[in-house]
Design a protein around this ligand. Structure first.
Ligand code: C5P
Length: 545
């Protein structure tokens, strides 16, 4: 009997052959976040290696409008990356003349594949969920397996699949270990073998290469450092007491990466001591995997920070810069840095707006609801809510509502602690959105929804009913999820066209923000979970068989 991984690889091989031997034009549509950008970069690089032309567009969301639009284009092969599983029926209906490949890891909707016999063989739908692999692989991982099957030289692209997985928060829950797991770990082996990534154990502080150490400590929520998290002056004093210089000889702020091994050990010991003093559970849970991108320097060396930059380019409507960065195009680092600055400014303004417009925040015993209307961009709200969730420990989930092209965009976040107690935002948003005629989904600690304008209050009342009292979480089971889908339109995204080397942004100008969220997904590596079983089975064995 063939196992789940073998089935997945078999489908990836089908997709790979279709792409490799397709004689006509190839059209790619991919999601504008880090997972979508790395998925696209992997496929683009694989196509370049085969000497094939393509036309790529990065968008916020795949919609019926986009599917119809593609029907009128001349490309005979259409690839959907990091979305598509939710619109299989529409794809089947409108793209009947074309060959379609969907590489996705989100919940499937509809019956377009493979029910319609006339379409058999015309849609290759590769989604690990179809084979019972529910977690620990993202779209960039699936794209990587496809590319790897196309040409063994594409092993060098495993690095991008790991960045995509990290960007998609597939790094497990906080525990004694923190890092990619399951099938992602198999892909990591390829990244290590190709000498693109170095794996180290280190302190789990965000901004290893880019953030002054005292700032990294001040902003550290997971792990929480009592008396230091949230206070810049306490963080500075703490480092001084540990005899760790804040600045280097040139007068520049030192980052975690610039500390000597001995200083890092002293810092780790100090943090554990503070956590013991502050009565934190598992005070030693402060370490995790650090993925160093060996060919990159400075702020681009840490896979986590790299993923943040890719997200920033996408959210700024400049995902093509993220693609260029993944492909090591000359000048791309400078352009991405500029995009990141804009993103941070926009995120900063969004957070300040929330902080100064207190009457826009509706507090109940069970949750906080930020009603930002048209004040915050729909592209930035999730990052603003993530940052606030990580910065303030309110013991409640936080929801943000903003106007969007489709109606109202909802973004919700909860701490690992609440998720550990059983809170499942994916289930809650999915059900509440379904209740008001919208659509929602995501992960236990990070979920989103799109709902019709004017239904916000009904949505909130429904959410309140699903949440228990403070500290008490009502469980929603997966089988309760029976949410109708809505077709949503999108903003035209950014194009990166191989033919003619044009590279243009169709989207708005600056929209930015900063995705500094991690570990918030439902990534339990349960005993016997598909992800766990995958480990050590050898992806390469199936690829090369
Ligand atoms: O947009 P945001 O970052 O808040 O989304 C969090 C999670 O919720 C993501 O995994 C996203 O794919 C999912 N989501 C969804 N449906 C939406 C919006 C977001 O499934 N309408």
């Amino acid at each position: 009997m063939i196992n789940k991984l073998e089935k997945l690889v078999r489908e990836c091989k089908k997709a790979s052959e279709m792409i490799k031997f397709f004689p006509g034009d190839i059209r790619i549509l991919s999601h504008y976040d880090a997972d979508g950008i790395t998925s696209a970069a992997i496929i683009v690089k694989a196509l370049q290696r085969e000497g094939k032309g393509f036309h790529l567009t990065l968008i916020k969301q795949l919609s019926l409008e986009w599917v119809k639009r593609l029907a009128g284009e001349k490309a005979g092969l259409v690839l959907f990356l990091d979305f598509g599983s939710g619109l299989l029926d529409s794809v089947s209906e409108h793209l009947g003349e074309k060959q379609v490949i969907v590489l996705d890891h989100h919940q499937k909707q509809g019956s377009g594949v493979p029910g319609d016999k006339s379409r058999k063989g015309k849609i290759i739908h590769v989604n690990p969920m179809d084979f019972g692999i529910e977690e620990n692989i993202s779209s960039s991982g699936v794209s990587y397996i496809v590319a790897r099957a196309m040409n063994p030289e594409n092993r060098e692209l495993a690095e991008l699949a790991i960045i995509g997985a990290i960007g998609d928060s597939q790094v497990g829950e906080i525990g004694p270990q923190w890092g990619v797991m399951g099938l992602n770990k198999e892909i990591l082996k390829d990244a290590l073998l190709s000498k693109k990534i170095r794996l180290m154990k280190g302190l789990r502080l965000w901004g290893r290469y880019t953030r002054p150490v005292h700032k990294a400590l001040e902003y550290s929520v997971e792990p929480y450092i009592p008396g230091i998290s949230g206070s810049e002056s306490a963080a500075v004093q703490f480092l001084q007491e540990l005899n760790i210089e804040l600045k280097d000889e040139a007068g520049d702020w030192r980052t975690l990466a610039s500390l000597s091994e001995e200083e890092q050990k002293r810092l780790a010991t100090g943090i554990i001591a503070e956590r013991i003093r502050g009565d934190q559970e598992n005070p030693e849970w402060i370490f995790g995997d650090v993925y160093e991108l060996l060919a990159k320097e400075g702020g681009f060396r840490d896979a986590n920070e790299f993923a943040t930059m890719l997200n920033a380019t996408g959210k700024m409507g400049k995902g093509y810069l993220g693609i260029a960065l993944c492909l090591n195009d000359p000048g791309s680092q400078e352009n991405v840095k500029k995009a990141l600055e804009g993103y941070r400014r926009t995120l900063g303004s969004a957070i300040s707006w929330i902080q100064t417009n207190r009457d826009s925040v509706k507090e109940t015993e069970k949750a906080s609801y930020v009603m930002a209307g048209g004040e915050i961009s729909e592209h930035i709200i999730s990052n603003a809510i993530s940052t606030i969730n990580r910065s303030y420990d309110t013991g409640k989930p936080i929801f943000g509502f903003v106007d969007s092209e489709e109606g109202v965009k909802v973004s919700a976040r909860a701490s690992d602690e609440l998720v550990g107690k059983g809170l499942n935002l994916k289930a809650i948003l999915s059900r509440a959105a379904g209740h008001v005629g919208g659509q929602g989904g995501g992960h236990s600690g990070a979920a989103g929804a799109s709902i019709p304008k004017g239904t916000e209050q009904r949505f909130i009342s429904f959410v309140e009913g699903l949440l228990g009292g403070k500290g008490e979480i009502k469980m929603e089971t997966e089988k309760d999820l029976n949410t109708p889908t809505t077709n949503m339109s999108i903003n035209p995204g950014a194009d990166y066209a191989e033919r003619g080397q044009e590279s243009r942004a169709e989207g708005e100008g600056d929209r930015g923000e900063n995705k500094e969220e991690k570990g918030s997904q439902d990534q339990e590596d349960r005993e016997g979970s598909p992800g766990k079983k995958m480990e050590g089975k050898g992806l390469v064995r199936y690829l090369e068989s």
